[in-house]
Write a protein that binds this ligand. Structure first.
Ligand SMILES: [Zn+2]
Length: 326
């Protein structure tokens, strides 16, 4: 496959003709890394791709140093979707399927409501974990029920827009697309019509917001998936930039990255308790676990496990991390 365009980029821009900011994202290599060694049904893959694109767009709107975690939780064929995005746009994501259900006949066009929210009790949990969080300080958490009044929420775009409306009081629209190769998205956000020099006639501001939504509504999945964000921005808002002006910032790179480590797995084993770990060893001779996000395999034999429970600190027990990969 030849790479015809630059991907894994986030483009942020603002409009002079209305108090509106925009963002376009296209993620290809990092999306491939998220899907590597996973075999999700097509509908689940698509929903996770939408969440990944939406999460990076949302992260781009936040003035915040640390990690943002979006979880979609529910009782359908999919139990949980998780996306983590750090302020430097390092991302990882995973889906947990309902193991009690046979998903082999899941229709490819199943959406958020079918997969996560069949009973309307699903929710979206957004956690902001600041980089400088003090011990004892809790991360900020916002929860959105996946229904708007009586209507179940149908798409990730709608869920994120609800979150922005309820938690930030900002009107936001998202357009998302994903397939096996890439995921992409466009976000428009109506900013408060500030006083001072930037203050705009309210009617003009409302007109601008409507006009920009109309221009954005023309975006196609093919454009979101196959164009560099800067190129798509120019194409969509050509008319707007002729009359008013569109100011764009530098494109920001997006990267896949995982935070898993042998020490974290050892920590988990320690919490599991010596008896439980011993019973796994008795049965399988080693404790083997692989990371949900990146697929990294961690193996602990009897000697490793003994060290975990006898050393005063885990750093002593895990001096030489012999990382293994299949
Ligand atoms: Zn990992």
């Amino acid at each position: 496959m030849t790479d015809k365009y630059a991907s894994d980029l986030l483009q942020v821009f603002v409009f002079d003709g209305a108090p509106v900011r925009g963002e376009i994202v296209n993620i290809r290599d990092s999306w491939q890394a998220i899907l590597a060694r996973k075999n999700y049904p097509p509908a689940v893959k698509k929903l996770l791709g939408d969440l990944v694109a939406a999460g990076v767009l949302l992260s781009g709107t936040l003035k915040f140093k640390g990690s943002m975690i979006i979880q979609a939780q529910g009782n359908g064929p999919v139990r949980l979707l998780v996306l983590e995005c750090k302020d430097n746009l390092v991302i990882r994501a995973t889906a947990k399927l309902n193991e009690e259900m046979d998903l082999s006949n899941l229709p490819d066009d199943s959406g958020l409501a079918d997969l996560i929210n069949p009973d309307g009790n699903g929710k979206l949990v957004i956690t902001l974990d600041p980089a400088d969080r003090q011990p004892g300080q809790n991360p900020y958490q916002g929860i959105v029920a996946l229904h708007d009044g009586q209507q179940p929420v149908q798409t990730i775009a709608q869920a994120i827009a609800l979150y922005m409306r309820d938690s930030e009081q900002l009107e936001t629209r998202l357009w998302l697309a994903s397939d096996d190769h890439a995921c992409g998205g466009l976000l428009l956000q109506k900013l408060p019509n500030m006083g001072g020099q930037l203050k705009m006639d309210d009617e003009l501001a409302a007109e601008g917001w409507a006009r920009l939504q109309m221009l954005s509504d023309t975006v196609t999945d093919e454009e979101l998936l196959g164009l560099e964000p800067k190129v798509l921005m120019k194409r969509l808002y050509l008319d707007e930039s002729t009359h008013h002006g569109v100011r764009s910032f530098d494109q920001r790179p997006i990267q896949f990255g995982c935070r898993c480590s042998r020490i974290k797995v050892a920590d988990m084993l320690k919490m599991l308790g010596e008896n439980e770990v011993q019973s796994i060893l008795d049965e399988k001779s080693v404790v083997e676990t692989n990371c949900d996000f990146c697929g990294q395999i961690y193996i602990f034999d009897a000697v490793d496990c003994k060290q975990i429970f006898s050393s005063p600190t885990l750093t002593d027990a895990i001096k030489q991390p012999p990382q293994s990969k299949h």
